[in-house]
Write a protein that binds this ligand. Sequence first.
Ligand code: SAM
Length: 219
Amino acid sequence: MTAPDSYRHRGQRRTLVRELRSKGIADERVLTALEAVPRHFFFEPAFEAHAYQDKAFPIGEGQTISQPYTVAFQTQLLDVEAGHHVLEVGTGSGYQCAVLLQLTALVSSIEINPVLFERTRERLASLGAGHAGLYCGDGSLGLPARAPFDRILVTAGAPALPPALLRQLSLGGKLVIPVGDAQLQRMVRITREGPEAFVREEFTDFRFVPLLGADGWGR
Ligand code: SAM
């Protein structure tokens, strides 16, 4: 049973947000979103007491809920505005999805693992956490039925830029994705400036679980 959100949890979130600010996260909309979402709702009961540490934790199926700093860093790079249609690849626990829903009402999220997909679908429904469109499938191929997207966020490490994700970006759209080998990935942001014009920016290194699937590391 997940503990209800309490005064103590809200205090822990304020402390976490101060820590993220001191680590360089400056976008107040992003910080406000992280302060609003009860991260402990997205934890396995065994780890719930650690939910407000700036650390990744296991969520089952060999996967993790990303570190709050990573969630904040990626969300800041994504630069979401109200009304944007966002695709998240790698729903996992649903935490990042709930953070995105604080910024725009139009979020689609795709998860390849059917066990996590079912668990998270029930969790987000029971939280009444907005109206994300949740899908089970290979997000390395994007979500063609719902494209184009103003923003695409990939929360697993890719070996290269998945071509389908580039094609599914709207003009002016941005893709934030960690790209590298199995050990370390560079955070990359792609902006689509024209039908065939993509501008690439690179940021710091992170360590993610692998992006599986046809245009990831395979099954
Ligand atoms: N965003 C998640 C959260 O807030 O909990 C953290 C995601 S975890 C670091 C990465 C997730 O990506 C895992 O749940 C994994 O099963 C999923 N994944 C890996 N490859 C995928 C793919 N090709 N399509 C969709 N999901 C994928």
